[in-house]
Design a protein around this ligand. Sequence first.
Ligand SMILES: Cc1cc2nc3c(=O)[nH]c(=O)nc-3n(C[C@H](O)[C@H](O)[C@H](O)COP(=O)(O)OP(=O)(O)OC[C@H]3O[C@@H](n4cnc5c(N)ncnc54)[C@H](O)[C@@H]3O)c2cc1C
Length: 202
Amino acid sequence: MFDVLIIGAGVSGVSCALILGSAKNKPFASDKKIGIIAHQKASSLQTAVFNNAYGIPAGKLGSEILSESLEHLSQTYPHVEQIFGEKVMEIKENNDFYTIVTNKNQYQSKVVVVAIGAGNPISLEGLDAYIEPHQKIPAVKNRIQLKNDDHLVKKGLYVTGILAGHRSQLSIAAGSGAAVGTDILTLWNDGNHTMVHDAINK
Ligand SMILES: Cc1cc2nc3c(=O)[nH]c(=O)nc-3n(C[C@H](O)[C@H](O)[C@H](O)COP(=O)(O)OP(=O)(O)OC[C@H]3O[C@@H](n4cnc5c(N)ncnc54)[C@H](O)[C@@H]3O)c2cc1C
């Protein structure tokens, strides 16, 4: 049983994983089992090049970010389990946990973060009840979002990135994933608002 399983290792998914991983020394997070399913074929990053994203050098290829971000995650927070080569096919809701069905396995998690981009049709089953037309991307592009209240779709189910209804910019997607990471840490910390900061000389 995962405490949190992130589906999608693009911009918002890895951003969320980094924040969750960074809380490893906090008492409320140290025993938590965190995972991310990294199936990269459908990522917007495959063909993108970035000149306007904060902190990223101009000309950076999205395809480089895809691999480098997961390397960053594994080197800095190796306790975050990365699951490769599996595409999620379905999310099933149970009473107090979710079952995530991939093309190879099944996983159970108390909390699920859906970070799969806004492709239409959606690439997995089980979320149809929450789908609506994207509110901030031109209708002609035919994108979707999941109904949510500040990223929360329903108890234990979060959505990040473009699929949360944000405009498609890397910095916005990254911020969205980070926001959900801190929401989950706050949940684990009995509702006390939580951030994780590192500083020199500490
Ligand atoms: C060609 C192009 C150029 C762009 N240029 C810019 C730019 O110059 N500046 C800028 O700010 N933004 C740019 N963007 C937008 C930016 O890349 C996106 O806003 C950002 O990647 C969205 O993040 P996300 O997390 O929502 O989705 P993504 O980064 O697309 O991540 C989604 C992840 O989910 C995975 N996934 C999907 N379905 C499944 C499934 N069923 N199971 C498991 N995993 C799954 C995908 O493979 C991917 O890894 C560009 C996008 C494109 C396509």
